[in-house]
Ligand binder design. Structure first.
Ligand code: S6P
Ligand code: ZN
Length: 176
């Protein structure tokens, strides 16, 4: 039944370092930077019913910066409805999409202006800004997907994205 009222009510979520302080590896650096508590990223969504058939969509903006040698990033999540796929379209900046399957496989994909990234069902995903300007992307996924931060919130993701000698490097998370 078509009972959706076409209106553009939006929601903006901001995440500061204090919202995700345990997720960075270098806890000494976290402690130092927490005195400023920088805004790491924000995302805005147009409110649609969180039901199958609707498409949730957002614009995410990750600021440029590092905590120790680790680049600013999103928390990362699985979806509650695990067989949810998602598409990202990068509008600005450079970064990495870090993905991790529930069988332990992991994959890191480049993001740059104009790139379309496909997140298959069952894969957790986190975005990392490796550039000097904000990384901005559009996302779209099924309305009833939900978010599951649980495992990622506890251990982070298997692959971490750092700067070393002015280069972007991918390292293994010692918590795995
Ligand atoms: C939603 C989609 C993005 C992220 C956003 C923030 O499924 O993947 O909108 O929510 O980039 O990331 P996170 O991990 O804090 O939800
Ligand atoms: Zn998602």
């Amino acid at each position: 039944m078509n009972n959706f009222k076409l209106k553009t009510e939006s929601k903006l979520v901001k995440r500061k370092l204090s919202d995700m302080s345990t997720m960075y590896l270098d806890q000494k650096a976290v402690k130092e930077v927490l005195t400023e508590d920088p805004l790491i990223y924000e995302f805005s969504t147009i409110k649609v019913p969180e039901e199958n058939g609707h498409l949730l969509h957002c614009i995410s903006k990750i600021y440029s910066g590092k905590i120790g040698s680790e680049y600013f990033m999103t928390k990362g999540h699985f979806h509650e409805v695990e067989n949810t796929a998602e598409i990202y379209f990068t509008l600005k900046g450079n970064g990495k999409l870090v993905m991790q399957a529930n069988n332990g496989d992991s994959k890191v994909i480049n993001m740059k202006k104009g790139s379309i990234s496909y997140i298959p069902p069952y894969w957790a995903h986190r975005t990392v800004n490796t550039g000097n300007e904000p990384l901005i992307f559009f996302c779209v996924y099924r309305g009833d997907a939900g978010h599951n931060y649980g495992i990622i919130e506890k251990n982070g993701m298997k692959k971490l994205i750092h700067e070393k000698n002015n280069k972007v490097v991918i390292t293994d998370n010692p918590k795995y």
